[in-house]
Design a protein around this ligand. Structure first.
Ligand SMILES: *Cc1c(COP(=O)(O)O)cnc(C)c1O
Length: 370
């Protein structure tokens, strides 16, 4: 046993996803029972129970893990951050093994792989994840394929079922970073992916107030064997979430569907209008979700003027909160050099779309008038 004492009200996999998001991870319905799980602050447990120490398990994590698992249709383990979750997945690769991953994956992922490659502990093969033939050609002799779709910040889309099938034919484990799409838009475990990774920091928690990560594995024998290895890594690396963060993320998760609907609706409107704005050279919008990127006429300086010139939008890194955020990604040294210097990543929030448009179009006008 790896779960501390926690009795939950069961949910039905046949319920619609938004119902599961509201219902999962609630306490059992005894007369007078609370409707929310407790935030369990403890470092240890009374002896002879299923868990003896809180680096191994905490009932507040378990509640959040039930809810994330119910949405991805698998079994979740939560981590102290998205990068802790990605590091746990990379830990599955044997020493000297090979990892195939998107050139334009999240820059923490590409940096982790680059550093592990530099110290000789693995081989990293960067690929254009949108080019299925190129990815498949890189899979021979590999141990792990990390899919990201859409990619951060280039918004490229991968053919998840085709890549997963090709990887499995070659005995390659498949992980998918589902942070941008969220389980509202895609559930990669349904396409056969072995491990889904989340930066829960982003849409799942949704309010820019916690860092948290998750790894979700299928609820079958093979998935459970992977889960055991990932759990062992979490316990031994100590990559655990705090109970307060887990509670806040669970609270945020309750509104995931309504937040995503509003934010994605706003993003679709903005993507259309930005395409007609004279200051915008290119819009990168995958057709769904609430993330997009624009390339601004006038180079990196003009792009920086746009992000400095907004008042409704927030000039800050990160994404997936209720507030709209904007950032030029190449301001970071770690960002891939193939990401255009004038690219602004937009995380569209749930504000009124006309306020977002007025603010952004004015900042774009001003940035190119200079
Ligand atoms: C932010 C992010 C991460 C890293 O998550 P943290 O919670 O910041 O550690 C991983 N993948 C993607 C796609 C992200 O956007």
């Amino acid at each position: 046993m790896t779960e501390p004492v926690h009795e939950s009200h069961p949910t039905d996999p046949d319920w619609h996803a938004r119902t599961r998001a509201v219902a999962a991870g609630r306490p059992a319905r005894h007369t007078g029972a609370p409707v929310n799980p407790a935030v369990t602050f403890t470092s240890t447990y009374i002896a002879d129970g299923p868990v003896n120490y809180a680096r191994v398990g905490n009932p507040t994590w378990t509640a959040l893990e039930e809810a994330i698992g119910a949405l991805e249709v698998g079994e979740a383990l939560t981590f102290g951050s998205g990068m802790a979750a990605i590091a746990a997945v990379v830990s599955l690769v044997p020493n000297g093994g090979t990892v195939v991953a998107a050139t334009h994956a999240y820059n923490g992922t590409t940096s982790l792989l680059r550093e592990r490659a530099a110290d000789g502990s693995l081989e990293a093969r960067p690929v254009d994840i949108a080019d299925t033939a190129e990815v498949v050609a890189a899979l021979d002799g590999a141990d792990l394929l990390i899919i990201e779709s859409p990619t951060n910040p280039m918004m490229e889309l991968a053919d998840i079922p085709a890549l997963t099938a090709a990887a499995h034919e070659r005995g390659v484990l498949v992980a998918c970073d589902n942070t941008f799409a969220t389980p509202v838009l895609q559930q990669p475990l349904r396409d056969g992916v072995d491990l889904v990774v989340h930066s829960v920091t982003k849409y799942l928690a949704g309010h820019s107030d916690v860092l948290l990560g998750a790894v979700v594995t299928p609820a079958d024998e093979r998935g459970r064997a992977l889960r055991e290895r990932v759990l062992r890594h979490r316990t031994l690396a100590g990559a655990i979430p705090g109970p307060m963060e887990a509670y806040l993320a669970l609270r945020g998760l309750r509104t995931l569907h309504v937040r995503m609907e509003r934010a994605a609706g706003n993003a679709a409107v903005l993507a259309g209008r930005l395409g007609d704005h004279p200051a915008v050279e290119r819009v990168r919008y995958p057709g769904s979700g609430a993330m997009l990127a624009i390339e601004v006429r006038g180079g990196p300086e003009a792009a920086e003027r746009v992000s400095a010139g907004v008042r409704v939008w927030t000039h800050s890194t990160s994404l997936g909160g209720v507030e709209s955020q904007i950032e030029r990604r190449r301001r970071y040294e770690l960002e891939a050099v193939t990401v255009p210097e004038n690219l602004l990543r937009l995380s569209v929030g749930i504000e009124h779309v006309e306020d977002l448009w007025d603010d952004l179009s004015r900042a774009l006008d001003a940035a190119v008038d200079d």
